[in-house]
Design a protein around this ligand. Structure first.
Ligand code: ADP
Length: 355
């Protein structure tokens, strides 16, 4: 008797500790046993629900259908079902025949896992691959067209041939930029996750000056003034190469999306326990509805305008990942027709910061 009780207790302890939901269902769809994880999903009391039928206990049509299908099958069955519990969640359910001493199964054993996050990541990956393919295909199609025209000698004059070659070169440059941005993004993601960025105490003003130098030609062309403001001596423990890239991306956008003769301001300041780096423009601004998606890869407010300016739609995603690799984040405030302000927030390291 003692052995039987202790074996049963051990069995229950195992089932109770499982993160996966486990339900044993009889051939006539009654609950034989349910572990606490499964009971929590459907707000059930594991003690009281024993012997109740599945349609009565679990008011989810997809799960009821899954149970019926599994009971008819002699092989394992697997599916994803949607359950509403604090919002929409996706459960991956697997069933297998429940065997006793006899040859016939006495029911089925169902095991399920919350795979919401996993499926979301899979969707993001699929969407990302589709976006990359599309972005790469557009210049490739153009290159192929012009190369074929040149190859078949359809071109009338050497000037026309030169013009075509210039177009091909432009598309090759574009492909190059996309690939460079993608490589940069994956490098930052990897280094950020491993905590492998190369931090050193750096004066932020030095980073700004380098970034301004890189963006100067485009700014001069539009007669846009770039103003450096804030705390001149502020230092931070950052990866100077990555942070310069982030400021260049923000400055480049500020110049791209601002009309001539306006001012762009770059500023560093220490606020409470963080260091803020701001790039503010008086440009076209961004409608509120776009703001939540702005930092997604390939998201653009105006596709045609961004492409015409040589944008890849990856600039802000790179900035976001650089901020995250430093343990920080990025925010944006913007008003249509008035301008935008992007702020990188970095955690302040009290020992390394002086002002
Ligand atoms: P892109 O290469 O297209 O500039 P980004 O990731 O840098 O890609 O920016 C995404 C989109 O956000 C841009 O296409 C543009 O529509 C919008 N955007 C970014 N910065 C600004 C800004 N300073 N002013 C207005 N719109 C901006």
């Amino acid at each position: 008797m003692q052995t039987v009780v202790s074996q049963r207790n051990r069995m229950e302890a195992v089932l109770s500790s499982m993160l996966e939901g486990v339900i044993a269902v009889s051939r006539d769809e009654r609950i034989l046993s349910i572990n606490p994880a499964a009971a929590r999903w459907f707000d059930l009391d594991p003690e009281k629900v024993r012997d109740r039928s599945i349609p009565e206990a679990i008011r989810n049509l997809a799960i009821q259908k899954f149970v019926m299908r599994s009971l008819k099958s002699r092989a394992p069955v697997e599916d994803d079902v949607v359950v509403y519990r604090n919002g929409e969640r996706i459960l991956n359910i697997k069933s297998s025949p429940l065997l006793d001493v006899g040859p016939e199964p006495i029911g089925i054993l169902i095991v399920f896992n919350d795979v919401t996050q996993l499926r979301r990541l899979e969707d993001m990956r699929r969407e990302f691959v589709a976006n990359v393919s599309h972005e790469i295909k557009t210049p490739l199609t153009a290159i192929k067209g012009f190369v074929e025209t040149l190859h078949h000698n359809i071109v009338e004059t050497p000037e026309e041939a030169r013009r075509f070659l210039a177009i091909i070169a432009r598309h090759v440059d574009r492909l190059n930029t996309i690939i460079e941005d993608l490589l940069m993004l994956s490098r930052i993601e990897n280094e950020g996750e491993r905590g492998a960025i190369q931090r050193e105490t750096t004066r932020l003003r030095d980073i700004f000056q380098n970034a301004v130098q890189i963006c100067r030609p485009q700014a001069d062309e539009k007669r846009i003034r770039i103003e450096l403001a804030g705390d001149e001596g502020l230092e931070a423990l950052v990866d100077p190469v990555l942070l310069e890239q982030a400021v260049v991306n923000l400055l480049d956008n500020a110049v791209k999306y601002t009309d001539t003769k306006k001012t762009v301001r770059v500023l560093a300041q220490a606020v409470n326990d963080e260091i803020q780096i701001q790039v503010q423009d008086q440009g076209i601004g961004i409608e509120d509805k776009h703001l939540p998606r702005l930092f997604e890869r390939f998201y653009r407010v105006d596709k045609a305008r961004s492409r015409a300016q040589g944008g890849t739609g990856l600039g802000l995603a790179i900035v976001k990942h650089i901020a995250q690799a430093h343990g920080g984040h990025i925010t944006v405030e913007s008003r249509l027709g008035e301008g935008s302000r992007f702020t990188i927030h970095l955690p302040r390291d009290p020992e390394q910061v002086s002002s």
